[in-house]
Ligand binder design. Structure first.
Ligand code: NAD
Length: 327
């Protein structure tokens, strides 16, 4: 299995390191900035460096492409990679709009390749345990609450084209996790949103959004997406589920889950052997899916649903009206 990486920034280098540690070193590195690709190659891989994604997509030796660019490039690169017959690990969000995501998903289906979106909470041992113990939640809550996202090295998420705002860029993890835990399709959403940060006014989106999601099994979720302050008690990410008898509360960036009414009281990933922690990897899950011809944990159509929910929540906050979710 030969891996290539397109986008050798912070997350790309993380992928290269993780792939190396899992025994699948990246053998081709692409970035618009040659020095970024060279640095990633020298630190965590081998093989060639290029500024042309086409060179990687034409390379018949490459089986799987990891795409870790800013969000505007996800659609054209993932589409081209599928059309070139490559398996794909695509960073979140799958795309910025549901129409782009559907186009990519259809291309993946047509090419018969495997795609996974790196919505990594799905593979966390805490989430897998909760899926097993509480398979059919009725109600849930998901939350992203962090410090000002317009400051620091990820401020680009507020660029209209590059990023798309806080919900689709970052809280997309929460939307995806709710979707996975509820285990069904979203029907309708509603949201109220406000933009408090003066540095973010290039976009018609929110830095404080409170939403609801109705699922097609009758379940409901609430959601908060905000950068109005970090809460050290529950961490940047906080999720809860209930099924009528049992409950689970995820904290510490989803490293810990506390159960109510279940056979175990809690699971803390930090207490697991290091190898077990490392193997909770979306890349490994995708490679297993390729080899065993199974579905990856977050495939192209699950990626579409998450983008569709995010787009619908934004539309609800903008219009003040409930929105049906594309399906
Ligand atoms: N799954 C997670 O937990 C997680 C965490 C952080 C970031 N991310 C995601 O990872 C992706 C990258 O984020 P980042 O923080 O690493 O950004 P970054 O700015 O550090 O790196 C992005 C890199 O992509 C390169 N690039 C942009 N367009 C390109 C193109 N067309 N071809 C080749 N290279 C291109 C840039 O030059 C840059 O080096 C985003 O999708 C982001 O949302 C995911």
């Amino acid at each position: 299995m030969n891996l290539a990486l397109i986008g050798c920034g912070q997350m790309g280098r993380g992928h290269a390191r993780a792939a190396h540690d899992l025994g699948f070193p990246v053998v081709a590195f692409c970035d618009l900035h040659r020095e970024a690709a060279t640095q990633a190659r020298d630190e965590y891989g081998c093989g060639y460096v290029t500024t042309d994604p086409g060179r990687i997509l034409r390379d018949e030796e490459i089986d799987l492409v990891i795409i870790a660019t800013h969000h505007d490039a996800h659609h054209p690169l993932a589409l081209a990679a599928a059309q070139a017959g490559k398996h794909i690990l695509l960073e979140k969000p799958m795309c910025l709009t549901v129409s782009q995501a559907v186009e990519v998903a259809e291309a993946v289906d047509k090419a018969g390749v495997k795609m996974a979106i790196n919505c990594k909470f799905r593979i966390a041992p805490t989430v897998q345990k909760a899926k097993h113990l509480i398979p059919h939640p009725r109600i849930s809550h998901g939350q992203l609450a962090m410090g000002d996202s317009s400051q620091g090295r990820s401020a680009w998420i507020w660029d209209k084209d590059d990023g798309g705002g806080l919900l689709i860029s970052t809280a997309v993890h929460t939307v995806d996790l709710l979707s996975y835990l509820m285990g069904c399709k979203a029907e309708q959403v509603y949201a109220e949103g406000r933009l408090f940060g003066t540095a973010k006014t290039t976009m018609e989106t929110s830095d404080a959004l409170a939403g609801t999601i109705r699922w097609d099994n009758g379940g409901v979720s609430t959601l908060i997406s905000t950068d109005q302050g970090f809460n050290p008690m529950v961490s940047k990410w906080f999720h809860e589920i209930w099924d009528g008898e049992r409950s689970a509360v995820f904290s510490a960036h989803t490293s810990r889950v506390d159960f109510g009414g279940c056979e175990i009281a809690y699971l803390d990933v930090r207490e697991l052997p290091e190898d077990e922690q490392r193997r909770a990897s979306m890349l490994l899950n995708l490679i297993d899916a390729i080899r065993e011809e199974t579905r990856p944990l977050c495939d192209q159509w699950e990626g579409v649903q998450t983008v569709a929910i995010c787009n619908a929540l934004e539309a609800a906050a903008r219009t003040g009206r409930p929105q049906r979710v594309w399906r």
